[in-house]
Design a protein around this ligand. Structure first.
Ligand code: ZN
Length: 186
């Protein structure tokens, strides 16, 4: 397999792509967030591909069946496809914190799986999510991260909790896309 020559954004799912009512199990409730379609369109036009990495402990807790998770993921893909946005793959971790697995973010397992499976160059990859752990999972590969939204509170209160690869904060995915495109070719 040849190394992928293009650029990639590793995306969190809940509260990054879609609204999150908590343990989302009904595909009928899937709603994309404002700025998602336009942001992904801008990046896709610039040659980026997208891979989703998502913690889904609701599966491990028995609150979401694997079939429901699949249906929700499919619905997200469908909604994006309407606007011609393609997601290469969705990786998920079904575990709980106490399972101490290697894939629940901020653990690096999902990022490493994507890098390996798609032969990604970490130097041409970005990561986005609404929580520190969504970025921290990629810090070991020095993949720059953009925090989306204000789930983690104000920057002045972050202190040492902010992951070292957090380089920007953006109110939504469209603004995050602009930051990437303005940063020049990475
Ligand atoms: Zn896991």
């Amino acid at each position: 397999m040849h190394a992928f020559q293009g650029r990639t954004v590793l995306l969190d799912r809940d509260k990054t792509l879609n609204a999150d009512p908590g343990y989302l199990s009904d595909p009928g409730l899937v709603e994309l967030l404002p700025g998602v379609v336009i942001g992904l369109q801008k990046l896709q036009s610039a040659g980026f591909q997208f891979i989703v990495l998502t913690n889904q402990s609701g599966v491990g807790r028995g609150l979401i069946t694997p079939e429901q998770l699949y249906a929700v993921n499919l619905r997200i893909l469908e909604l994006l496809q309407r606007d011609h946005i393609r997601i290469e793959r969705i990786y998920y971790c079904p575990h709980l914190d106490e399972d101490a697995c290697s894939c629940r973010k901020p653990a690096p397992g999902l990022v490493d799986a994507a890098l390996l499976d798609f032969q990604l160059d970490p130097g041409r990859t970005w990561v986005m999510g609404d929580r520190f752990r969504d970025l921290a999972c990629a810090a070991h590969r020095k993949i720059p991260g953009i925090l989306i939204g204000d789930e983690e509170g104000k920057p002045e209160d972050w202190g040492s909790k902010a992951p070292e690869n957090l380089i920007h904060q953006a109110p939504d995915l469209s603004s995050a896309a602009d930051l990437i495109l303005k940063s020049g070719l990475r």
